[in-house]
Design a protein around this ligand. Sequence first.
Ligand code: TYD
Length: 341
Amino acid sequence: MKNVLVTGGCGFIGSNFVRLLLDTTAVQVVILDKMTYAARKENLQDCWENPRLSLVVGDIGNQELVRHLVQSHNIDLIVNFAAETHVDQSILGPLVFTDTNVRGTQVLLEVAREFGLRFHHISTDEVYGHIPEGHQSIESDPLEPRSPYSASKAAADQLVQAYFITYDLPITITRGANNVGPYQFPEKVIPLFTTNALQDQPLPVYGDGLQMRDYAHVYDHCTGILKVLEKGQIGEVYNVGTGLEMTNLEMTQIVLDTLGKPQTLIRHVTDRPGHDRRYSMNVDKLRALGWEPRYQPKEAVAETVRWYRDNDWWWLPIRQGSFQAYYQKQYGERLKESQQA
Ligand code: TYD
């Protein structure tokens, strides 16, 4: 690993990973990012001066562009973070999820195959679908995605594995739990609830709020990916999370307690269609490579909430922009109904 192409490197997890690469390795990093609404140059504002980092704005689905980048930067590894990632957006408009997450990934695989590159793909625990109490997903479990988002991610995973089996492409895959941490776009639940609470606006909890998630810190996800790049076995999948879960109501309480805000901000609103009740992963396979998470979910959530409290320069402009139209579409009716109830 000398010259790394990081796709989606201006997004939430991608930008945290780029910073970790620059801080802890000597590699050259080229970011390819389409700069959709969820990508921001500010996520790496402390890194752009670094001569080992460069940014190309473009689409992973543009095969000629990807070929050109690989050749001109002598790329030996592609790490694919580029994706449409929000379940609610995938319910409102699913087609772009297939374009980017499935076709885009396959274009990258084609270029990796042409130039014989190592390929690492970022996936999600959502590909396993809803996990009943008492079970934790392991990497060999069947994929049972239930939203347009998770279905597109599962399709991509299977393409990546098919390129290993069919073409012997040196691939690895990591499946991350719900990530929290700095620079996450405020459509996701923790930055949404935190920034709402900071503005004394209601927190729209879907349904009964008893859904369970493993809220893992993005830092630990990124060190897990690096560990797989260094020590993972080619062709293998690794789960990355803490292995611990909490309910959304417990998470909401941590947000409120950390900010000293009242419970009266909580509103139960109409549930997300097809809402997965529980995700839970066994992460022993990654642990066996010598990786340990630094954060437990409770600390991860509280630390994230403090970051948003202290960094409104980052999120205030986002919330004042086109985000408002999305918020209205997603929550306008829901919140009205909840107030009438
Ligand atoms: P989210 O951050 O969208 O991640 P994912 O759907 O990928 O797990 O949501 C996390 C959990 O929070 C999920 O159970 C849905 C719930 N949620 C709400 O209750 N209200 C909200 O406004 C949002 C965005 C999510």
